[in-house]
Design a protein. Structure first.
Length: 364
C-alpha cells in the first residue's frame, strides 16, 4: 500500500510538472504575439519568418547592388532579393492607389480612358495579357515578347527590327480595335502591366532620340516638330541652331502646350505623361515595372503573367537601366529654374504616382 501511495504521489508530481510547462508555453506564446514596441506603433511590420529546427541547406540571397552616387535611382531603392518581389509590387500598387485618392493631385493623376489611351494598349488574347506602351522606357523588348506570345514569330531573335513597330505586320492588336463590350471584358479579366522610368530622364531620352540622333525613317521630328517648337518657344530668334533642350523643356512646361500637341498628333507619345498614356488611376493594373529595377521586374512580370516558361525577356546590357543623376543634372543645368518648375508641375503626377523623388536641383 505504501509503495502504491508513493507511485500515486510521483504521478501527481509529474502531472503537475507537465501542467506548469504547458502553462509556461501558453504564456510565452501569448507574450510573443501581443507584445508591441511602443516606438514601432503604426510602422510597417517585417514579415514573420519561421525557421525549422531541423538543419536545412542555406538559401543564397543575392546581395543588394550598390551604385555610385551619380547612378542612384530616384525612385524607391529596392533590393534585388527575389523573395521580396511580391511585397515590392504590392507597395507600388498601394502607393498608386493612395496618390489616385489625393484630391489635390486629381488633375495630374486622372484622365479619361479615351481612344488615345486604348491605342497605347497592346493585346495578347492567347495568354490574356494587356501591355500599355510608355515610349522611351525599353518598350521595344516587351513588344517583342508579346509578338512571340501571339505566335507571329517563334522566337525574339527571329523578329526583324523593322517589323516590331509595324502594326500591320507584327500581329499585335491594339485594345482600341475591339468593341466597347470586348474592351471592358479584357480590362476586367486580363493581366495588365506597364513600365515607368524617372520622368525627367525619360524626357532626356526622348529629346536625344528624336531631335539629336533623329532616325532617318522619322524625319518629321527634325523638319516639322522641331521648327514648330522653336518658332513658339525660342527666346533668341536670331539663333539658327537646331532644337535645344531648353526649348523642348519650355514647350513641355507651357500650360498651353496642347495647341501644339494637336498639330503634332500621336508623335507626342514620346514625351506626354504616363497618366495621359495609360490612365493608371482609371485602369486597375496588375503590375507596374520600373526601368531602374528591370533586371528584377522583368522576370517577376513574366512569372506573374504565367508566361515565364514560354518566353524570356531579352538580356539587359549591364548598367543600361540605372538612373544617371549626373547626366540629368547636366542637361538641366542650362534650363532656367522657372522653366524647370513649370515642367515639374506638369509631371508631378508621374513623380508622385510611381515613387520618384523631386530632383535635388529643383530644391536648391
Amino acid at each position: 500500500w505504501l509503495m502504491s501511495d508513493n507511485m500515486h504521489h510521483q504521478w501527481l508530481l509529474l502531472a503537475a510538472c507537465f501542467w506548469v510547462i504547458f502553462m509556461f508555453m501558453v504564456a510565452s506564446k501569448f507574450i510573443t504575439l501581443t507584445f508591441k514596441d511602443p516606438d514601432g506603433y503604426g510602422a510597417k511590420q517585417e514579415p514573420l519568418i519561421l525557421t525549422a529546427v531541423t538543419k536545412v541547406e542555406e538559401v543564397h540571397v543575392p546581395e543588394e547592388k550598390h551604385w555610385p552616387e551619380e547612378f542612384q535611382p530616384t525612385g524607391k531603392a529596392f533590393s534585388g532579393n527575389l523573395i521580396r518581389q511580391p511585397l515590392i509590387h504590392m507597395e507600388r500598387l498601394e502607393l498608386l492607389r493612395n496618390v489616385c485618392r489625393d484630391t489635390a493631385l486629381r488633375n495630374l493623376s486622372h484622365t479619361a480612358v479615351s481612344k488615345f489611351v486604348l491605342d497605347r494598349i497592346f493585346v495578347c488574347d492567347k495568354h490574356k495579357i494587356l501591355f500599355c506602351q510608355t515610349p522611351k522606357v525599353g518598350n521595344t523588348q516587351w513588344k517583342k515578347v508579346l509578338i512571340v506570345l501571339n505566335g507571329a514569330f517563334s522566337s525574339i531573335e527571329e523578329i526583324p527590327e523593322n517589323i516590331v513597330h509595324d502594326h500591320e505586320k507584327n500581329g499585335l492588336p491594339r485594345l482600341s480595335s475591339f468593341s466597347d463590350s470586348e474592351i471592358k471584358k479584357r480590362l476586367n479579366l486580363y493581366f495588365k502591366f506597364f513600365i515607368v522610368r524617372d520622368p525627367f530622364e525619360r524626357l532626356i531620352s526622348a529629346f536625344k532620340d528624336k531631335f539629336v540622333h533623329n532616325p532617318r525613317f522619322e524625319p518629321w521630328y527634325r523638319h516639322e516638330i522641331a521648327p514648330g517648337i522653336i518658332r513658339k518657344y525660342r527666346k533668341n530668334r536670331t539663333e539658327t541652331k537646331g532644337l535645344q533642350f531648353e526649348d523642348f523643356v519650355r514647350y513641355l512646361g507651357d500650360p498651353n502646350h496642347r495647341w501644339l500637341d494637336v498639330q503634332f498628333g500621336d508623335h507626342i507619345i514620346h514625351w506626354v505623361t504616363y497618366v495621359e498614356l495609360c490612365a493608371p488611376c482609371e485602369i486597375t493594373y496588375s503590375v507596374i515595372g520600373h526601368h531602374e529595377t528591370l533586371e528584377d521586374d522583368a522576370p517577376y512580370i513574366l512569372k506573374a503573367a504565367g508566361i515565364d516558361h514560354l518566353v524570356s525577356y531579352p538580356t539587359i546590357p549591364p548598367g543600361i537601366t540605372v538612373y544617371n543623376k549626373t547626366k540629368v543634372e547636366r542637361y538641366f543645368s542650362g534650363v532656367s529654374k522657372r522653366d524647370i518648375r513649370r515642367l515639374y508641375a506638369r509631371f508631378e503626377g508621374d513623380f508622385k504616382l510611381f515613387g520618384y523623388r523631386e530632383p535635388d536641383f529643383l530644391l536648391n
